[in-house]
Design a protein around this ligand. Structure first.
Ligand code: ADP
Ligand code: MG
Length: 967
């Protein structure tokens, strides 16, 4: 055995920047812990194996202007609340352990808010071991039988490893055994500290499948804490002073030859089993706890780093000892980091000194964030910004993982409770960003160049040796049991006599030998003959066998070819069918496409149809509306025109009636002139009858008796009672003249074919009934008087005007006109354009104010108005019209004139000139006349009476017209 104490060879130094080999992104996993009992609201949901959804808690929305956003974050894998430690380990840590054993570095850290389950994930809880004990367990399960003896590997103080020779190692082992310090349990599970026993009691014994068995391994663990940007060794053996505790000495970071960072002077304990390793960890954990209590520190604000280093070196060619070649020793390490709570300082109740510490801790995490950010930027945008690893101990320690090579994995722990929402968001953002950083994939270490299986062979050899030694004294080549057949055969030959010829005269030995040899020769010949025979027999059997085999083969071949033929046929059939299928599929596809096209067409056409029908409906409804409107308009227009026509017809009729009447009257007058005795002075019959009351006859234009107006307002019977005289008088003249004339005219018209006086009387008796009907002759007669001036006029206009005159001012004052007639004052309006008529009888108005133009001043002083109007008649004579009216004071303070009558003065030829125009018809019975009186007729009768009574001559026509005109 060679006593070798060589410096541990280092791996070739990495060139900076590292060679651009394959890179892997940082593996980021998310673990959501279950809600604790007191927490109600959950704001994180695992929505898939790789995605979590985080939504703000209820109150939060109000805080942020009602903004409600659900954010999703994707990770390599998300572990929900039901995922157990083993599953997390299998996914996250197992590959790291495998890498470690293959000589590659790894970094695993948990990140999250305090209470989010970082420690639970990393260390585990009692009865539920976390990643750390599981990693240890897997390592020892894998390398267990291939571990080097203690102290064979020796770590130096420069992050390197030495291999000691067996003797040195043995010496050290003896020294250690002699030490009084408590030894760590070496593989004896019964001595485990019950405090953590159930944490490492991992049921499923995981192990790496392909462990290089030709290597020897050794595990070293160290446990450090970074607090307030100081590194403390948690495994340092310095006794802790209870009375005056000294603050622990902080350690410094150094970079080794390979640019790996290490903590100088850090205790690294070689461990040989999971229990031993975890015991060491637990020791550090306890120390950490004590320090936190003694120094009043916030445990959640420190980062703890548990480093597992695995040294491995190949066995030599014999498979007996560790190879001493420097470059063959590999040291890989796995750092398990439980980071401090990532929450911001203001969230915890840190005060004073603690606050400063907290700030520093935050600074570490901040630096980590910055480093990750810069790394990401450099990688994504090809920039070359300096990554500020040195700004904090934490990042400085991790530098070689990000800058060099290795596998980096992070577990983001989140607590889904509402209070952690904002912090969780920060954590998620950081985690997402971290995923974008890539780390160089560690390269496989070079092979040592020795034959594999050395260990096994050596082991087998040793075992055999031991067995042989045990069986000391037995034949060395003792393969008695498995003696070969040739040996047995040789033994059956006659033994050779001794061949030593000591005496030249010995003539016995040789003949004996010859005899024996001859025997042997014979035997040999026999044997060879037998052999030849056997060979022959064997040959024939073989040939037979061969031929049978050949025949069978042939048979099989034939069968095969048959089968092949059928197969080929089937294949062809299959191909044909496949082709058919393809064509059919193609056809189906085409048909489907066509169908879709047709369907689309159908849909389009349906839509078109719908739109068109809608349009049609709209048009129809429009048409209907238009029709209705047009019908309405037509009806309206028809009605209007009907009315208009009616009115015009009526007007025309009235006009014709009037003309007829006038002609009749003229005829009658003529007749009267012709028939009357010549000595008698022409007198109006009315005048004869009204002899008792001559006062009533006057030239003065006061022909409308108040009674006549009064009559319009009271029933005819009353009128007769109240003023029988007036009635009688008026009737006596008017009834004779107007009624008889009308009757005469009516008899001429085809619609009223009454004959004789009896029919007159009958018609008069019918009149009250007829008067109610506007279409009867009475109405026509009534309209006759109004229509002379006003036709054609709209009926509604007339009605309004009548209505207005009734409302605005009574059509006539209820004063007794006759008694006041002397006091009535007239406005005699004579336009200057009037021509002087040289008639004998001139209209004379007493107390009149004669004016040339209508003036309000004059009207204000008078209560009667008369306009003298001249026009040329059809026969060429000048016709003078005296238009009379009453003057009223309007409510507005002005003057209004209501025209009441028109007197027409006309000159005729000198030969047939007559002053009397009233007919000498006998008076109709008063009763009959009474019944047919209407307002219009009253006026007519008055007019006729006046004409009859006045000495104006037969040419006078008097029309009463209830019309008002403003002066
Ligand atoms: P941190 O280290 O992030 O501050 P801890 O790991 O100490 O948080 O977890 C706080 C508490 O939550 C512990 O009591 C732990 O048992 C519990 N816990 C955390 N994660 C889980 C989990 N996945 N399942 C069950 N309990 C958990
Ligand atoms: Mg913790």
């Amino acid at each position: 055995m060679k006593a070798a104490r060589a410096k541990t060879p280092r791996r070739p130094a990495l060139k900076k920047p590292p060679a651009p080999g394959p890179k892997d992104p940082v593996g980021v996993y998310c673990r959501v812990r279950p809600l604790s009992r007191q927490d109600q609201e959950c704001c994180i949901e695992v929505i898939s194996e790789t995605t979590v959804q985080i939504h703000p808690p209820d109150g939060y929305r109000v805080f942020r202007n009602g903004e409600y956003r659900e954010t999703q974050y994707s990770f390599k894998e998300v572990f929900g609340t039901l995922v157990v430690q083993k599953d997390v380990f299998d996914v996250v840590a197992k590959p790291l352990v495998e890498d470690l054993i293959r000589g590659k570095n790894g970094l695993l850290f948990t990140y999250g808010v305090t209470g989010s389950g970082k420690t639970h994930t990393m260390t585990g809880s009692p009865g539920d071991g976390g990643l750390l004990p599981r990693c240890l367990d897997m390592i020892f399960n894998s390398i267990g039988p291939f571990q080097a003896k203690r102290f064979v590997f020796k770590l130096d103080d420069k992050n390197g490893v030495d291999v000691q020779c067996e003797v040195d190692a043995l010496l050290e082992r003896q020294k250690r055994d002699a030490m009084p310090v408590p030894k760590t349990p070496s593989g004896n599970r019964r001595q485990i500290d019950p405090e953590f026993a159930d944490m490492i009691n991992v049921q499923d014994h995981c192990k790496v499948d392909e462990v290089d068995e030709d290597n020897v391994y050794s595990v070293f663990v160290s446990y450090i804490e970074i607090y307030n940007n100081y590194i403390y060794d948690l495994l340092e053996e310095a006794p802790f002073e209870q009375i005056k505790p000294k603050p622990p000495q902080s350690k410094i970071l150094r970079e080794d030859q390979n640019h790996n960072m290490y903590v100088t002077g850090c205790t690294e304990v070689e461990v040989k089993s999971t229990e031993e390793a975890f015991e060491v960890f637990w020791r550090g954990q306890k120390k950490r706890r004590i320090a936190n209590t003694q120094l009043n520190r916030e445990s959640s604000r420190s980062h703890s780093v548990f480093i597992i280093k695995l040294a491995q070196a190949p066995l030599d060619a014999d498979g007996d000892n560790v190879l001493q070649e420097k470059e063959q020793i590999t040291l890989s390490q796995l750092s398990l980091v439980d980071l401090a709570g990532s929450e911001r300082t203001n969230r915890t109740k840190a005060e004073g000194n603690r606050l400063r510490e907290a700030g520093n801790i935050n600074q570490s995490l901040m630096t980590l964030r910055t480093c990750i950010e810069v790394l990401r930027e450099n990688q994504m945008y090809g920039t070359n910004k300096m990554v500020p690893y040195r700004d904090s101990k934490l990042t400085h320690l991790f530098k070689n993982y990000f800058d060099g090579e290795g596998k980096v994995r992070m577990i983001v722990c989140v607590n889904p409770k509402a209070e952690d929402y904002e912090e969780s968001l920060q954590v998620m953002r950081f985690a997402e960003m971290t995923q974008e950083v890539e780390v160089a994939r560690p390269v496989d270490r070079p092979l040592c160049g020795l034959t594999p299986g050395r260990r096994f062979r050596n082991q087998a050899f040793k075992e055999e040796l031991a067995r042989k030694l045990e069986m000391r004294g037995g034949p060395i080549n003792g393969e008695t049991e498995e003696q070969s057949a040739s040996e047995i055969f040789l033994q059956s030959f006659p033994p050779l006599p001794s061949c030593e010829l000591l005496d030249p005269n010995d003539d016995q030995t040789l003949p004996k030998l010859i005899e024996v040899l001859e025997k042997r020769h014979k035997l040999r010949q026999m044997l060879s003959e037998e052999f030849a025979k056997n060979v022959l027999a064997f040959k024939t059997t073989l040939q037979e066998f061969d031929s049978s085999v050949i025949s069978k083969e042939n048979y099989i071949q034939g069968k095969l070819s048959e089968k092949e033929k059928t197969i080929a046929g089937q294949k062809m059939e299959l191909e044909r069918l496949e082709k058919k299928i393809k064509t059919l599929e193609y056809k189906i596809e085409i048909l489907e496409k066509t169908a879709t096209i047709y369907e689309e067409d159908k849909r389009n056409l349906q839509q078109e149809l719908e739109s068109k029908s809608q349009k049609l409906q709209r048009q129809a409804s429009d048409k209907r509306r238009l029709e209705a409107r047009l019908q309405g308009m037509v009806a309206e227009t028809t009605m209007k025109w009907e009315k208009e026509c009616e009115r015009r017809v009526a007007a025309k009729q009235l006009e014709m009636q009037n003309k007829l009447w006038v002609k009749d009257e003229k005829l009658k007058q003529l007749k009267a002139i012709v028939t009357e005795p010549k000595n008698e002075k022409p007198e109006r019959p009315s005048r004869e009858r009204d002899r008792e009351k001559p006062i009533q006859r006057s030239v003065s234009p006061s022909p409308v008796p108040p009674s006549s107006n009064l009559i319009t307002q009271v029933p005819s019977s009353q009128r007769l009672v109240s003023n029988p005289q007036v009635h009688r008088r008026s009737n006596s003249c008017s009834s004779i003249s107007v009624a008889s004339c009308v009757m005469e005219w009516e008899q001429k018209t085809p619609s009223h074919k009454h004959t004789g006086g009896t029919s007159n009387a009958r018609s008069r008796q019918q009149e009250p009934e007829q008067s109610r009907d506007y279409n009867t002759s009475d109405r026509r007669r009534g309209m006759c008087w109004t229509g002379v001036i006003e036709v054609p006029r709209r009926r509604d206009e007339l009605e309004i005007e009548e209505d207005q005159c009734c409302r605005n001012a009574p059509p006539v004052r209820l004063r007794h006109r006759r008694s006041r007639s002397a006091g009535e004052r007239w406005v005699d309006h004579k336009p200057p354009s009037n021509l002087p008529t040289d008639t004998v009888m001139q209209p004379h108005v007493p107390h009149a104010i004669t004016v040339a133009a209508a003036s309000e001043k004059a009207l204000a002083k008078c209560d009667k108005y008369m306009l003298t109007h001249q026009e040329l008649a059809s026969d060429g004579e000048i016709e003078t019209k005296l238009i009379k009216g009453d003057v009223f004071k309007t409510r507005g303070g002005g003057q209004a004139v209501q025209f009441t009558e028109i007197e027409t003065l006309k000159q005729e030829s000198p030969t047939g000139r007559k002053r009397r125009s009233s007919p000498s018809n006998p008076d109709p019975p008063e009763d009959a006349a009474d019944s047919e009186w209407t307002d219009v007729e009253t006026r007519c009768s008055v007019a006729v009476e006046m004409r009859a009574g006045s000495a104006l001559g037969p040419g006078y026509q008097h029309h009463a017209q209830p019309k008002r005109r403003k002066p």
